[in-house]
Design a protein around this ligand. Structure first.
Ligand code: M6R
Length: 616
């Protein structure tokens, strides 16, 4: 989950590396470091524990010679705490070689023991330094950096992206990837490497996606990609759809604030080009009709917020395709013995497209013979590349650790998929699709209504609750995953204890948590959609009210039945039952962000977390 950037070209690299790292800092922010080969041909390196700003300040106070070849890293600690010594780059070969790494080298202990026995010494507790020292040893033996690098990656087990450079070879950066992301940016007389395109999007939008188990060498003149044995491989070029401004705060106080404000656009852009006169067609799925006709079951796999999107999607997939749908956390799915085969469609959902738990589950499903489809927000990412089919969400870059606009885009993509597959299989009529498509198209303006009319009030309310120690969330049907999402968002960015429950489960245990003053958010279903479900939730509200809970209802405009029992009502516009989650989640995102802000916390980079979880 670290951020990696590499540069070769005519320009001084320090500012290019630092601005690339600033865009990648969401991947990890325990420490940061850069190395360059300076004008004298010497390797210079600086690294500091803490956020990137600590490194920047250090470089400003004590400038380091600049050079036109460089690598940079921002870390999320795995092996060894967040210290200066454990920060990357790691040096070897008498400090003439620098190496950075994302991932986990599983067999590092064995290689370290071998190197120690040969008399090599180590300055950190990291698995990464083992790769650096090994590269130094191999390079000494051959004098050929690429051959030495190939020898190193052949020895390593686990997941890794590695970048390395040696002062004997100015103008050359080598990289490799296995189960961890790396993309190439193609410039004019300069080239870039990055964990994702954000690393170089301000310099070029031309990119190449590197496949699994491939090695790349970049020089100012070109790019060479081979497999781990050195055989040349074809790489796929693509045009980056985001522009650099999309990955900036754009005047908002935080990325999260900007991203919540972009929820309407995230839905609209995910719909764009996929609904024509009430007919849903997803161009990326052209030619796959037989695949969708041949399945008899769908399993959705994902983690965190993406899994909650999957839980919402299950209702639509089942209703509109009439196929049985299971939703499972990717890390649980992979480690049991699920009954899957060629007629199972495994749908993975991932904003980053790099979540290791999800990636491994996708590979596992493919190996078991299932068909795989990825719903992903990031071009060139690994999970879509490993899948039989892709539906991109077009939410734009999501930088804040807390996933918000990606969540509504994921639900939107799942609904489009459900309508597409349902129509193909004749499970839903053309007129029903037309009506549902119209409902979907109305969602962005309804989210905008919440943002424009209620944002300030919800933020004020959140600030008033800043001293709360615990918050519960209840929901039924599609409101249940929204309750889980509301709780996750609150705990990850405010560090307040929060739990989400299915409202019907309350009396089976959780009601014991209710004591006078306990705040409970209740997602109230529309009375128009289901009078029965609505009545049940209103009864649940009465049960907790009777025990002293402070009830905050998220309810449809005009629902007067909740008024006598709620201390606070957060209103959402009228929508069909399956479209309510896309609206009900918005006040919960605003609430979590408002409360974190009131507590003075960093909403974009909450403690212990990273945006892209590339370790299992
Ligand atoms: O990139 P992904 O969508 O695969 O990430 C999955 C989860 O790690 C992610 O949603 C996480 O739960 C967020 N921090 C939630 O806000």
């Amino acid at each position: 989950m670290c951020g990696i950037v590499g540069y070769v070209g005519p320009r001084d690299s320090q500012s290019i590396l630092l601005s690339g790292l600033a865009r990648l800092e969401y991947r990890g922010y325990d420490s940061a470091g850069i190395a360059v080969i300076d004008g004298e041909g010497d390797l210079e390196m600086r690294k500091r524990a803490g956020k990137l700003s600590v490194l920047r300040d250090d470089l400003a106070a004590h400038p380091m010679p600049d050079g036109t070849t460089g690598i940079g890293h921002t870390r999320w600690a795995t092996h060894g705490g967040p210290t200066d010594g454990n920060a990357h780059p790691h040096l070897a070969d008498d400090d003439r070689l620098a190496l950075i790494h994302n991932g986990i080298i599983e067999n590092f202990a064995e290689i370290k023991a071998e190197l120690l026995a040969e008399g090599f010494t180590f300055r950190s507790e990291t698995d990464t330094e083992v790769a650096a020292v090994l590269l130094g040893r191999e390079y000494r033996a051959t004098g050929d950096l690429l051959a030495a690098f190939r020898a190193v990656v052949a020895r390593l087990e686990g997941a890794f992206t590695l970048l390395a450079m040696h002062q004997d070879h100015p103008g050359l950066v080598v990289g490799a990837r296995r189960n961890s992301p790396l993309v190439i940016g193609l410039g004019e007389g300069e080239n870039f490497l990055g964990s994702d395109v954000a690393a170089f999007v301000e310099h070029t939008r031309k990119a190449l996606a590197i496949g699994q188990d491939q090695i790349v060498a970049i020089t100012p003149a070109g790019v060479q990609v081979t497999d781990f044995d050195g055989a040349p491989v074809e790489v796929e070029p693509f045009e980056v759809m985001w522009d650099a401004a999309a990955a900036d705060k754009g005047g908002w106080p935080s990325f999260m604030a900007k991203e919540v404000s972009e929820e309407p656009e995230a839905v609209a852009n995910t719909l764009r080009g996929r609904i024509h006169d009430g007919v849903v067609s997803i161009p990326e799925l052209d030619g796959l009709d037989d695949l969708f006709r041949g399945i008899d079951r769908i399993i959705v796999i994902a983690c965190g917020t993406a899994a909650y999107a999957g839980m919402v999607g299950k209702y639509a997939l089942e209703q509109w395709t009439r196929l049985p749908v299971d939703v499972e956390l990717a890390h649980e799915f992979r480690y049991r013995d699920p009954v899957i085969g060629p007629s199972t469609l495994v749908v993975s959902i991932s904003q980053s497209g790099e979540t290791m738990d999800t990636l491994m589950a996708v590979k596992f499903a493919r190996e078991a013979g299932a068909k795989t489809l990825s719903i992903c927000n990031t071009q060139g990412a690994t999970i879509p590349r490993e899948s039989d089919a892709i539906v991109y969400t077009h939410a734009g870059p999501e930088v804040a650790v807390a996933s918000t606009k990606a969540f509504v885009a994921q639900i939107t993509a799942l609904y489009l998929l459900a309508l597409h597959v349902g129509r193909l299989r004749g499970a839903v009529s053309a007129s029903a699709v037309e009506e549902l498509a119209r409902e979907l198209e109305a969602v962005p303006s309804k989210i905008t209504w919440i943002l424009e009319n209620d944002r300030a009030r919800i933020e004020e309310f959140a600030a008033w609750m800043a001293d709360t120690r615990s918050v519960l969330f209840l929901g039924r049907h599609v409101g249940y995953p929204i309750a889980l999402e509301g709780a996750l968002k609150l705990k990850e960015i405010t560090y307040i204890h929060a739990e989400g429950f299915a409202a019907g489960e309350l009396k089976h245990g959780p009601i014991a948590l209710i004591e006078p003053g306990q705040p409970v958010f209740v997602i109230v279903p529309s009375p128009r959609a289901s009078a029965l479900l609505h009545a049940k939730v209103v009864s649940n509200i009465q049960e907790i009210r009777a025990r002293g809970a402070r009830v905050i209802a998220v309810a449809e405009e005009g629902d007067a039945a909740v008024l006598p029992f709620a201390d606070e009502v957060l209103r959402i516009p009228l929508a069909g039952p399956l479209f309510e989650p896309l609206l009900a989640v918005v006040p919960l995102h605003i609430f979590a962000m408002g409360l974190a802000g009131a507590k003075g916390l960093d909403v974009d980079q909450p403690r212990n977390l990273a945006k892209s979880v590339t370790v299992e």
